[in-house]
Design a protein around this ligand. Sequence first.
Ligand code: FAD
Length: 382
Amino acid sequence: MNKRYDVLIVGAGVTGLTVAALLAQCEYSSQLRLTVVDAAPRPVHDPDGEVALRVSAIATGSAELLDSVGAWQYVGETRASAYEAMRVWDESIEPDSGGALSFDAAEFGVPQLGFIVENVLVQQALLAVLDKLDVTLKFNTRVDSLKADLVIGADGARSFVRDKVGIKTQDFPYGQTAFVTHLKPEKPHGRTALQRFTQDGPLGMLPLNDGRVSVVWSIHDVLAERVQAANDEELGEILSAASDYALGNLEVAGPRGGFPLCARHATQYVMPGVALIGDAAHAVHPLAGQGANLGLQDAAELADVINTALGDAEHPGDKPVLRRYERARKGENATMLHFMTGLNKLFATDSALVRELRINGMRLFNYSGPIRDHAVKVALGI
Ligand SMILES: Cc1cc2nc3c(=O)[nH]c(=O)nc-3n(C[C@H](O)[C@H](O)[C@H](O)COP(=O)(O)OP(=O)(O)OC[C@H]3O[C@@H](n4cnc5c(N)ncnc54)[C@H](O)[C@@H]3O)c2cc1C
């Protein structure tokens, strides 16, 4: 009988639950004793209730990963809003001009570019899978000591695990807050995700099945406070103007929330017996909707590395084993983090020269053929 290794997964967000579902179903899962612990209560999604404020654009590749552990069917049947096109443009031009970036699912031979999904729905679907597997789930339990053969820190951007083991981070504060709400647009959204780069920050509008759009506007903290304090009518006017009326007048049709933004990268992802995944390892700007997708790729890579190690009779917490995971993911995550930070800065400057350069850059990118195709396929995970 092989030894069984205790694996403690701290954090039952999307990444923690995904790595648990992958490990519980991997070839050598009988060698693992899995426990997932979260400080918060068990998340519950009400399919008949209001669409939650925290939604993510889940790329097609991420949906396939969730499908591979048996969690996607429930999400798809319950409330996933497919989006089939994307338009990205600078505030100084029109969304349908040559300088705007434009992608359609059909040109990449896929039925959709991705799905807008409530985070809590993905958690619920993963928990339903885990309930049937050999995994111990503990909620309302804050972890304050780390005892296991392997601790997986999936405990978000302010990771306790990361701090406890003394892993440092590089922080790039944006001084921005992501303001979120749902809006009813005057014109149909046509299952198109829109992003307008305004002087105040990038404004994303993600299409929901019920005709509304979920808005994420990453703005300076002072403006965020003003926007939060505006009444519904004022807020509708502010957001209609910020979107340049791309969907006509926008009516506020949901609660509001604000998330302070900071890019943060752990200087190392692993130590003997410890691995960080998801936001605990890297928090990126939400402007391209990549954070959860990167976390899901971390989960897939780490589960694969652990499974292979078990097959080779290696200890899953050994540093050389965990370094394989770090080598596979850290560079890619760093590229995305710095690219998002740079993009955010590039679009925040009002210099006429920089504006001209970025519009020409977008136009060039649009006509760059294979480069454009490759970049989009990476973002979609296809
Ligand atoms: C406004 C906004 C919009 C976004 N849009 C997108 C998008 O469109 N697409 C996309 O891919 N990403 C998006 N993201 C990013 C995405 O939401 C995050 O990357 C993702 O949710 C991170 O998941 P996680 O599981 O790593 O961490 P979290 O979701 O932060 O989960 C961490 C968990 O750990 C628990 N925890 C913390 N400390 C402890 C402790 N000591 N003990 C026990 N439990 C603990 C917490 O309770 C929590 O449940 C967006 C982010 C924001 C702010």
